[in-house]
Write a protein of this length. Structure first.
Lengths: 484, 249
C-alpha cells in the first residue's frame, strides 16, 4: 500500500492501478461491504423525504448561484469574517497555501497541531510540508488517524479508511498504540483512539480544519462531522486555521436549511450530522482567538468559464457518487491516483490539473449514470465525463501515444464508414471475412489481436451472423412486396 | 401506423435476429415497417469516446434519414439516450440552428422499443408466449436516461407461460460501457462477474434486457464460463409465439 501515490502528476493510469488493486480481494470485500451499508442507509433516509427531488433542485440552484457570482460572494465573505475578527488569506495554488499555513503556525509558535479531516489539505499535501517544517501533525478524525498511523492514503472522500475493516484496524492500533489486548469490537477501537487523542486536545494550541460551507452573508464557517473530535479542534486551541476551496461559499445563512438536510442524508445516511459547528469570527474569551481562513484556488477558477465544467464545483463532497459507482465498488479510491476518487474525482482531478494529468480518469466510468442519480446537487457527472473525454481527444491530437493512436485511427475509419451506407455494408462483409481465422469450431471468437484483445481477455464474442439485418430485409422485400 | 425502424449499427451487424423480431412483432400488431436503407450509426460510440467532431455528421445523418417518420422505433436504449440527451447539445455546440430545429421536431417521434409499445401504442399484452424462466437486467441508459421504469417488466409480465424471476441488483451496471469494456477491461470484467453471479443465482434459462450491448457483454462471459444460460433481447421474447418460443437467436 505504501507504493500508492495520490499525486495525479505521478500516479499510474487508472486501468493499470485498478488492475493491481483488483488483486486485493480483502480490499474489494471491504469496499463493497462499506459502500453497500452506506447506500442502504442513504436510500432509507432519502425515501422518507417526499420532497427529496425538490431539495436536490434547491441545493443545485444555491450552488449554481454561488458559482455564477463567486467573485462577489467571496468578497462579501471576506468583508464579513474580517469584521467579525477573522483573517482571510488568498492562495492561488497549493504552494502558496502551504507557505501561508507554515507562516501562521510559526507566528503562533505552534510545534504541534491537531487536524480535522479535510480533503482540501490532502489535495495540497499539507501534512508532509508541516512535518518538514518541524510541526507535528495529529489527525483527530478516527479514519484519518487510522491512515496516519498506517502511513496509508485516503480511499474515500468522507470515509477515508473505508478500505480497511475492523480486524485490520485492531492490528494497527494494537501495534502503534502498544495495546496488545485490544479487541476488534468497534467501541473498544474508538475508545482506544479517544484515549490516544484526548491528551492532544488539551495541550495543543493550534488546529487546522477545512470547511463544508462558507456563508457570504454572515462570514460564518460551517463544519459537519460525526465524532465530536472536530468540535474539540474548533473550540480548544487558541489558533484555528481553516483551509477551504473558493467554491465552498454559499450566499445566505438560510441556504444551510436545504444543504444541511441533503448533505448528511446523501453522505452518511443520517438525518442530521451528530455535530454541526457554525461559527462567526472570534468571540473574546471563548474559543480560538486567532482565526484564519485560507481561500484556495488551485485550478478551480479555470472551471468557472463554461457551464459544463462549472457544475463540477457545485460538489458538496458527500461522496454519494462514490458509494453508488459500480467502478469505485470494484477498486476503491486508490486506483484514481488522486485524493478525489470515484465519479466526482474522475471529473474534478483532471480539471484541477488543466487536463494535463489524470487523463485516464474521465474514461474510468461505464457512464451508467448512478452518480448523477444520487447527487444531492444534481451534477450531471456522465455529461461532464463525456465532455472531458472530448477535451482529451482534442488535446492529444498529433501526439504519438500508441494506445490513443490505435483508437484514433479506428475511430476515424469507423466515422468515415458510417457516413455512407454502401461503405458500411462493404465493411460488414469485409469484417465477416477478416473474422474467419479467429472463429472457433463452436462459432465463437475466443481471442482477438490488438485493442479488441482486451475484450476477449475475459469474454467470448459470438461470430458474425451469415446475414446482416439489412441483407435480410432486402432479400425479404425482394421476395414478397407486401408482407402478410 | 407506419413505423420506421432504426436498427442501430451493431444490431444490424451482430444481432439481425433482434431486428427480425421487431419486424415480426410490430407487423403482428398490425403496423407497417419502414427501414430507411441509408441509416448507419447514431454516433454514440464516437461521442462517448470523445470524438465529437466525428459524431456531429453522424447525428445529422440520422436525423436526415428519419426526418419524415411517423414514429421511429429503436431497439437499443443507449442509442435513444444518445439521440435524446446529446443531439441538442451537439446542435448547440456547433451553433447549428437548423439542426437544433430538426432535432426538436424529430425527438417526440423517437421511441425506444418498450416506450413505443407502452407509451405510444398503449399496449402491455402483445400476444406473446414464452414458457421459460427469464430474468430481466435493467440496462443503465434505459433506466437512468430514458426512465423506462417498469415498462419492460409490464410487457414481460403479460407474456404467456413466462416465469419471470427478479434479478438481484438488476439496476447495477454490467460493466459494458462501450469502449470502457476495452479500455478498462479488468474492471469491466470484475463488474461483469458480479452481474453473472446475480444472473446465475436466479436459475433463469434466459437473461433479457432492452439493450443488446449489455447482453453481448453478459453472454460473452456466460459463454466463456460454459454456462447454458442464454441472453435474448426483450423484443425476441415479445415476438415469440407458441411454435417459435423455444428458438434461440
Amino acid at each position: 500500500m505504501s507504493l500508492i501515490t495520490l499525486d495525479p502528476r505521478k500516479a499510474e493510469p487508472f486501468p493499470i492501478a485498478a488492475a493491481e488493486l483488483l488483486q486485493d480481494t480483502q480490499l474489494r470485500r471491504n469496499v463493497a461491504h462499506a459502500t453497500d451499508v452506506i447506500q442502504r442507509k442513504r436510500a432509507a433516509l432519502v425515501a422518507e423525504k417526499a420532497d427529496w427531488q425538490a431539495l436536490r433542485s434547491a441545493g443545485a440552484a444555491t450552488r449554481r448561484e454561488a458559482l455564477l457570482h463567486l467573485d462577489s460572494y467571496l468578497e462579501q465573505f471576506e468583508k464579513q469574517i474580517t469584521a467579525a475578527g477573522g483573517h482571510v488569506h488568498w492562495a492561488s495554488d497549493g504552494d502558496e497555501a502551504r507557505r501561508i499555513v507554515i507562516g501562521l503556525l510559526r507566528d503562533a509558535q505552534a510545534k504541534d497541531v491537531i487536524k480535522i479531516k479535510s480533503m482540501t489539505t490532502a489535495e495540497i499535501d499539507l501534512n508532509p510540508a508541516l512535518e518538514a517544517d518541524g510541526v507535528h501533525v495529529f489527525e483527530t478524525d478516527l479514519a484519518e488517524l487510522i491512515l496516519q498511523l498506517g502511513a496509508d492514503q485516503p480511499s474515500h472522500i468522507i470515509a477515508p479508511a473505508l478500505h480497511k475493516n475492523r480486524h485490520q484496524v485492531r492490528e494497527l492500533f494494537a501495534r502503534e498504540m502498544h495495546l496488545p489486548d485490544l479487541t476488534d469490537d468497534p467501541p473498544a477501537l474508538t475508545d482506544a483512539a479517544r484515549r490516544y487523542l484526548r491528551e492532544k486536545f488539551l495541550k495543543v494550541d493550534a488546529a487546522i480544519c477545512g470547511a463544508n460551507f462558507l456563508v457570504a452573508e454572515t462570514g460564518s464557517i460551517c463544519i459537519v462531522e460525526s465524532e465530536g473530535n472536530g468540535r474539540m479542534c474548533l473550540t480548544l486551541p487558541d489558533t484555528l486555521i481553516s483551509i477551504a476551496g473558493i467554491e465552498k461559499v454559499i450566499p445566505r445563512f438560510s441556504d444551510l436549511e436545504v444543504l444541511l438536510q441533503t448533505l448528511p442524508r446523501a453522505a452518511t445516511g443520517e438525518r442530521m450530522n451528530p455535530y454541526n459547528s457554525v461559527w462567526t469570527g472570534v468571540t473574546p474569551g471563548d474559543g480560538p482567538q486567532n482565526l484564519h481562513v485560507v481561500l484556495l484556488d488551485n485550478g478551480r477558477s479555470e472551471l468557472l468559464a463554461e457551464d459544463m465544467t462549472r457544475q463540477t464545483l457545485q460538489c458538496i463532497r458527500c461522496a454519494a457518487c462514490l458509494n453508488a459507482c459500480p467502478v469505485y465498488r470494484q477498486t476503491g479510491g486508490h486506483a484514481y491516483g488522486s485524493v478525489y476518487s470515484g465519479p466526482i474525482g474522475a471529473i474534478l482531478t483532471p480539471q484541477l490539473h488543466r487536463m494535463e494529468y489524470a487523463q485516464s480518469l474521465p474514461y474510468a466510468s461505464s457512464l451508467c449514470g448512478a452518480c448523477y442519480e444520487v447527487c444531492p446537487v444534481k451534477i450531471n457527472i456522465p455529461e461532464v465525463l463525456v465532455y472531458l473525454r472530448s477535451r482529451i481527444v482534442e488535446k492529444n491530437k498529433g501526439k504519438l501515444g500508441s494506445i490513443f493512436n490505435q483508437e484514433r485511427i479506428g475511430m476515424k475509419m469507423m466515422a468515415r464508414i458510417f457516413l455512407s451506407h454502401d461503405r458500411f455494408e462493404n465493411a460488414q462483409r469485409v469484417a465477416r471475412v477478416l473474422e474467419k481465422p479467429f472463429v472457433g469450431r463452436d462459432g465463437w471468437v475466443h481471442k482477438l489481436p490488438g485493442l479488441a484483445g482486451q475484450w476477449t481477455a475475459g469474454r467470448d464474442l459470438q461470430a458474425l451472423p451469415a446475414q446482416t439485418f439489412r441483407e435480410w430485409w432486402r432479400s425479404r422485400n425482394g421476395r414478397e412486396e407486401r408482407p402478410r | 401506423m407506419r413505423i420506421s425502424l432504426f436498427i442501430t449499427c451493431y444490431n444490424d451487424t451482430l444481432f439481425p435476429g433482434t431486428g427480425k423480431a421487431v419486424v415480426s412483432l410490430l407487423e403482428r400488431l398490425g403496423h407497417i415497417i419502414d427501414f430507411p436503407l441509408e441509416q448507419t450509426c447514431c454516433g454514440q460510440m464516437h461521442f462517448n469516446t470523445g470524438y465529437r467532431r466525428e459524431a456531429y455528421p453522424l447525428a445529422k445523418r440520422f436525423v436526415a434519414s428519419f426526418q419524415d417518420a411517423e414514429a421511429v422505433c429503436i431497439p437499443s436504449s443507449s442509442c435513444v439516450a444518445m439521440i435524446r440527451d446529446y443531439y441538442p447539445e451537439i446542435a448547440r455546440e456547433n451553433g447549428d440552428q437548423q439542426f437544433a430545429t430538426d432535432v426538436s421536431s424529430l425527438l417526440p417521434r423517437v421511441f425506444e422499443l418498450t416506450e413505443l409499445l407502452t407509451d405510444r401504442l398503449r399496449l402491455e399484452d402483445v400476444g406473446a408466449s414464452f414458457p421459460h424462466r427469464v430474468t430481466y437486467h435493467a440496462s443503465c441508459h434505459g433506466l437512468r436516461s430514458l426512465h423506462l421504469g417498469d415498462k419492460p417488466l409490464r410487457l414481460l409480465r403479460k407474456v404467456r407461460g413466462i416465469d419471470l424471476v427478479e434479478l438481484e441488483n438488476s439496476d447495477r451496471c454490467c460493466g459494458f460501457g462501450g469502449t470502457f469494456a476495452v479500455k478498462n477491461a479488468a474492471v469491466s470484467t470484475a463488474m461483469l462477474d458480479e452481474k453473472l453471479g446475480a444472473v446465475l443465482s436466479t436459475n433463469a434459462e434466459v437473461c433479457t434486457a432492452c439493450d443488446n450491448s449489455c447482453l453481448m457483454h453478459i453472454q460473452g462471459r456466460l459463454h466463456r464460463e460454459n454456462s447454458p444460460v442464454r441472453t435474448m433481447h426483450i423484443v425476441e421474447i415479445l415476438a415469440s409465439e407458441i411454435e417459435s418460443s423455444g428458438a434461440a437467436r
